[in-house]
Write a protein that binds this ligand. Structure first.
Ligand SMILES: [Zn+2]
Length: 470
């Protein structure tokens, strides 16, 4: 079934022919010139059709799923296209001095060569800039969220993927790169927008004359993908198990006669500016120590518009019939009364984002909010104090940090106007646990007039060094 707008095109293209056949107003009569036959209307360009669209943030991010893609491409003959949010213009360079934009220029080529090794030629970059950190909202800002989404929706309409694979839009303890999360947010938004002809309508309007110059509408068709799956860079995989399909990389490819993990290692070895991926893969291939690549590929089911089991194969129930646009719930304001507190920033965003995009189950992935940070770093916890009453109120916030930590700001008495929100930034300098425990707990209590109005608990994985600034 084609979407209404694509049907409109067909109708318009056939109109002269139909009118001729029915002897309409312009129909041929004796002595008049016959109605000319219109040229056929070309279909979407099949060279760009993808079964799987991988949407990631940086060159080398695709290596999270290459253990699966090797199977899909070589043995299931799926067509794959890749979108990178940024050229990976931050981070160390294991090859030389090139940095910043020059590093991005190198990494774009490394990425193109790497995926070309898998036969993937359709590769696009969204124009974002590499923004090391853990707060997705900061990456959405530096990427120019609107422009990146405009590009992503275009690529979904051009590649018409059945399935999108992308980073998990959630705050996890681990690498938790904010660019990764931004890729997942934008891919999810594009999944839900590309089928709607009112979103970026300039992309789906037919050109005035496709053979001429100066066409400023794009001639794409709306497209509704069928499934979206997520993968994660969390430091623990417990919460991913059973939430989607899991693909072993140990199986031997029937067509290539080597295990999928070896194909994944060969693909990764192109990313040579990156010490912990390209160089690692090159070394592993040279020594034959490929254990790193033998981990399964874990995916989390985001949503399926064609049913099937969450843990079933990615292409379960997927046929080549186009789907009509499937609108999501969208943002619905929550009716709350009284005084209440919540974790703000990216946490508050995700709670609303998941609901708005019919991804409610993502709220149950992690039992409680979690963060990873280095032991010399400052923990930042944004908190929102809501006053949904008709009177101003005073709220006392108390921070309970673990032993050895130093609270820098947070504990105070906050005046909150009626029907307003007071945004608070809690900060505490982290310290390793005296007992050596990996996880520590930070708690916040909010009280008003001696009455408890809410509390927040976050578990913090304090690592010796490394990781991204929070
Ligand atoms: Zn990355």
């Amino acid at each position: 079934m084609f979407h209404l707008s694509s049907r409109c095109w067909v109708t318009l293209a056939l109109l002269p022919v139909v009118m001729a056949a029915t002897g309409g107003a312009a129909g041929a009569r004796a002595g008049q010139a016959p109605v000319r036959e219109a040229a056929p209307s070309p279909p979407p360009d099949d060279r760009y059709k993808a079964d799987i669209l991988v949407v990631v943030a940086h060159p080398d991010d695709e290596t999270m799923v290459t253990g699966y893609l090797a199977r899909a491409i070589y043995d299931e003959h799926k067509r794959v296209a890749v979108v990178y949010g940024t050229p990976g213009n931050s981070g160390g360079n294991a090859m030389g001095y090139e940095q910043a934009a020059a590093l991005g220029a190198e990494r774009e080529i490394e990425a193109r060569r790497a995926v070309a090794d898998f036969g993937i030629m359709n590769v696009w970059f969204l124009g974002g800039t590499d923004t090391p950190g853990q707060d997705v909202l900061r990456s959405l800002e530096t990427w120019n969220h609107g422009r990146a989404l405009w590009n992503a929706v275009r690529i979904v309409r051009l590649t018409r993927p059945e399935v999108i694979l992308t980073w998990l839009p959630d705050y996890v303890a681990g690498e938790n790169h904010d660019d990764h999360q931004a890729a997942g947010v934008i891919a999810t938004e594009a999944f839900d927008m590309a089928g709607d002809p009112t979103q970026f309508p300039e992309q789906v309007a037919a050109p005035r004359d496709r053979s001429g110059i100066g066409n400023l509408t794009e001639g794409l068709r709306p497209w509704q993908p069928k499934k979206i799956y997520y993968f994660s860079d969390a430091s623990h995989v417990d919460f991913l198990r059973g939430r989607g399909p899991e693909y072993s990389t140990l199986d031997v490819s029937p067509s290539r006669h080597v295990p999928y993990y070896r194909l994944a290692a060969e693909e990764m070895a192109y990313h040579l500016t990156q010490g912990d991926t390209g160089q690692l893969a090159r070394q592993a291939l040279a020594t034959g120590h490929l254990e790193y690549f033998q981990q399964p590929v874990y995916l989390v089911m985001g949503k399926s518009l064609v049913g099937g089991s969450p843990t079933g194969d990615i292409f379960e129930n997927v046929t080549d019939h186009p789907l009509p646009f499937a609108p999501v719930r969208g943002y619905q304001p929550e009716a709350r009364a009284g005084l209440w507190v919540e974790l703000g920033g990216p946490w508050a965003f995700y709670r609303r984002f998941w609901k708005a995009h019919n991804l409610d189950h993502l709220a149950t992935l992690l039992p409680q909010p979690e963060v990873s940070l280095s032991d010399h770093e400052v923990l930042h916890l944004p908190v929102l104090i809501h006053n949904d009453t008709d009177s101003p109120a005073e709220v006392v916030l108390t921070v309970a940090a673990p032993e050895g930590w130093k609270e820098l700001r947070g504990t105070a008495r906050y005046p909150v106007r009626a029907h307003d929100v007071y945004p608070v930034e809690v900060q505490a300098a982290a310290a390793p646990s005296p007992s050596g425990a990996a996880w520590q707990t930070v708690s916040l209590r909010a009280q008003s007039e001696g009455r408890e109005i809410g509390s927040i608990t976050v578990r913090v994985n304090v690592v010796r060094s490394g990781g991204l600034p929070q």
